[in-house]
Design a protein around this ligand. Structure first.
Ligand code: HEC
Ligand code: HEC
Ligand code: HEC
Ligand code: HEC
Ligand code: HEC
Length: 450
């Protein structure tokens, strides 16, 4: 296991006071808990009357469901909250999860908030008036909800000289930057490990260097008006489309494949190369909730008689590779620690056919067991994800089986994506759609067997 504990700047979190643009000291991150009330922020419905189009876009996105989405509810109420009450080290997440998922509930000190079915204001999740009253962030690196909030009549927007009958507006270039998104899209665990680093991956990659922001891909601009009575111009669409949107996932990784030799004899060995190119994504794939996501490659061969075989990927021999090849082993035993189950054996690690290549980075709990509880992560394993504009090549060496029929053998590669490993979804009774495999891309090639 490669231990990559990047213990950066927890001291930043300890500093309770930060300077706003106006120079006044306001509490930030964990220290902002309970410093505001719900009434300080307007409801999204108050924006909907004029910003009708943007409202409906936001409503369809995950941003408006960050608190209510069923899987979030299960993880928060059935793992994180009980864990926080049992283990002093992670006690802070009881409030902290909502710093990103329901920021107004967090600021109001409503911890834990009522369950989503109660219909409280926590359900507003990441809403209009939260984002549009953020003025900046504290420190050098945006992470763990270190945004600075200044609610009221003045709304922060991307454009200068905009007027509205309902509110004042001020141009704030911060909203046009990826740093704005990073305040919630980088997360450090209580053990000082980067368990979410979408912003850091982007900042390390080619898109940041070329001035391409998160907004350019997730809030693309189109001609129109941003409000009734608004001035026509390019408008940032509030799509926030990501891993829950098949259109965004489709083709995120391109796939090609070829044999080393096209013509083989019956006792030969086929060698197949598969190239996986990340040509569409500004960060690694998968990114964000890496502890939950499964991206895997399955290659099958079918002979001229229609018989089919699944090919295990060749090992490359790097450290920690065993976590990147599907296997029938148990993991996630620390779900038992969270729920107070003595000697919980865990559930199956991957839930897919053994031998398939998985593009992932495993997270480990303080005992060194693989975990999907990002807040209980004490170290990270090998990072075998596909970086922005990176190409990974996988090899499949396959001794032709005795029963293979002469003629054309077709090879098919399928790249699958799953939001959550199926065995974890089954164990926690998460709705099945969260564990439904989605095909990102396919490729084919062939050899002739004589
Ligand atoms: C009575 C109508 C009305 C209501 C209600 C309203 N707005 Fe606006 N808002 C406008 C108009 C008109 C503009 C100017 C649009 C233009 O000309 O580009 C605007 C502009 C903005 C901008 C500036 C965007 C920029 O281009 O920089 C932001 C941010 C904004 N509104 C946020 C909100 C939020 C958040 C709410 C709810 C709390 C809200 N608005 C409620 C009418 C409204
Ligand atoms: C996750 C944070 C976030 C949420 C939630 C959010 N916005 Fe925005 N909004 C932004 C950012 C960032 C921009 C500027 C994007 C850019 O120009 O690069 C923006 C731009 C705007 C603009 C100006 C668009 C333009 O290009 O002229 C308006 C108006 C606006 N938002 C209103 C709303 C309303 C109304 C809601 C709720 C229905 C909402 N926003 C929800 C982050 C958010
Ligand atoms: C206040 C915190 C916050 C800010 C600021 C924020 N996000 Fe998010 N974002 C979240 C949370 C929480 C989720 C997870 C929602 C869920 O699935 O529960 C999320 C999810 C997403 C997703 C995944 C959606 C999917 O379909 O899987 C995308 C894409 C995204 N955000 C883009 C952005 C961009 C771009 C910005 C900056 C313009 C931004 N976010 C700013 C909190 C935030
Ligand atoms: C060049 C375009 C591009 C840029 C720039 C970009 N993204 Fe993405 N993003 C994508 C694509 C394509 C996907 C879908 C593939 C996937 O889910 O990994 C995606 C997926 C996501 C997801 C879901 C990841 C997952 O696997 O669950 C989040 C969250 C997200 N982006 C946030 C951001 C944030 C925050 C930034 C800036 C720091 C950003 N993106 C910059 C294209 C981009
Ligand atoms: C620093 C901000 C931040 C904190 C703190 C945070 N989250 Fe998240 N969470 C996010 C973002 C951003 C995403 C979306 C990432 C993606 O799409 O890959 C997310 C995604 C998730 C998801 C997956 C949603 C899905 O639909 O697949 C769950 C579940 C979740 N968070 C639960 C929690 C719990 C429980 C806690 C507290 C222990 C927590 N989060 C703390 C920002 C945060």
């Amino acid at each position: 296991m490669i231990s990559r504990i990047l213990a950066i700047g927890l001291a930043v979190l300890a500093g309770a006071a930060a300077a706003t643009a106006a120079g006044a000291a306001v509490p930030v991150s964990d220290a902002a808990h309970g410093t505001r009330s719900y009434d300080d922020y307007e409801k999204p419905q108050a924006c909907a009357t004029c910003h009708d189009d943007l409202f409906q876009q936001w409503k369809q996105s995950m941003m408006s469901q960050a608190y209510t989405h069923h899987w979030d509810e299960i993880e928060y109420f059935e793992l994180a909250v009980p864990h926080a009450e049992r283990d002093e080290k992670v006690a802070g997440v009881k409030a902290g999860c909502n710093g990103c998922h329901a920021p107004t509930a967090f600021l109001a000190g409503d911890t834990p908030p009522p369950r989503p079915e109660a219909g409280s204001r926590a359900n507003e999740s990441v809403h209009c008036d939260h984002c549009h009253t953020v003025t900046g962030f504290e420190g050098d690196v945006p992470f763990n909800f270190n945004w600075i909030t200044d609610p009221g009549r003045r709304k922060q927007g991307p454009k200068p000289g905009v007027t509205s009958p309902h509110h004042d507006t001020v141009e704030n270039p911060f909203l046009r930057t990826g740093d704005f998104c990073g305040t919630c899209h980088n997360e450090m665990s209580p053990y000082g490990v980067w368990v979410k680093s979408t912003h850091l991956e982007w900042k390390d990659g080619p898109y940041y260097a070329q001035g391409v922001q998160c907004q350019d891909c997730h809030m693309p601009r189109a001609e129109g008006v941003s409000a009734r009575m608004g001035q026509p111009g390019p408008v940032a669409q509030h799509l926030f489309h990501g891993a829950h949107d098949h259109g965004k996932l489709n083709g995120a990784i391109e796939l090609r494949m070829n044999p080393l030799e096209r013509e083989l004899e019956l006792d030969d060995t086929a060698v197949i190369k598969v190239q996986l190119f990340n040509g569409k994504c500004g960060h690694k794939v998968p990114s964000g909730s890496v502890e939950d996501r499964l991206l895997w490659l399955e290659v099958t061969a079918t002979d001229s008689a229609g018989r089919a075989w699944r090919l295990p990927v060749d090992r490359k021999g790097f450290e920690g590779e065993e976590y990147t090849i599907a296997a029938d082993v148990l993991a996630y035993q620390d779900m038992g620690d969270a729920r107070g189950l003595e000697g919980f054996a865990g559930v199956q690690r991957d839930g897919i056919a053994s031998g398939n290549r998985i593009f992932r980075m495993p997270y480990f709990d303080p005992q060194g067991r693989m975990t999907m509880q990002q807040w209980n992560t004490a170290s990270l394993g090998v990072d075998y994800r596909i970086g922005p504009r990176e190409t990974k090549v996988e090899t499949f060496t396959w001794e032709l089986p005795a029963e293979v029929a002469p003629g054309r053998v077709t090879f098919r590669a399928v790249l699958n994506y799953q939001l959550l490993m199926a065995p974890v979804a089954e164990y926690l009774k998460v709705p099945a759609e969260e564990a439904a495999p989605h095909v990102i891309n396919v490729a084919e090639t062939w050899v002739e067997v004589y």
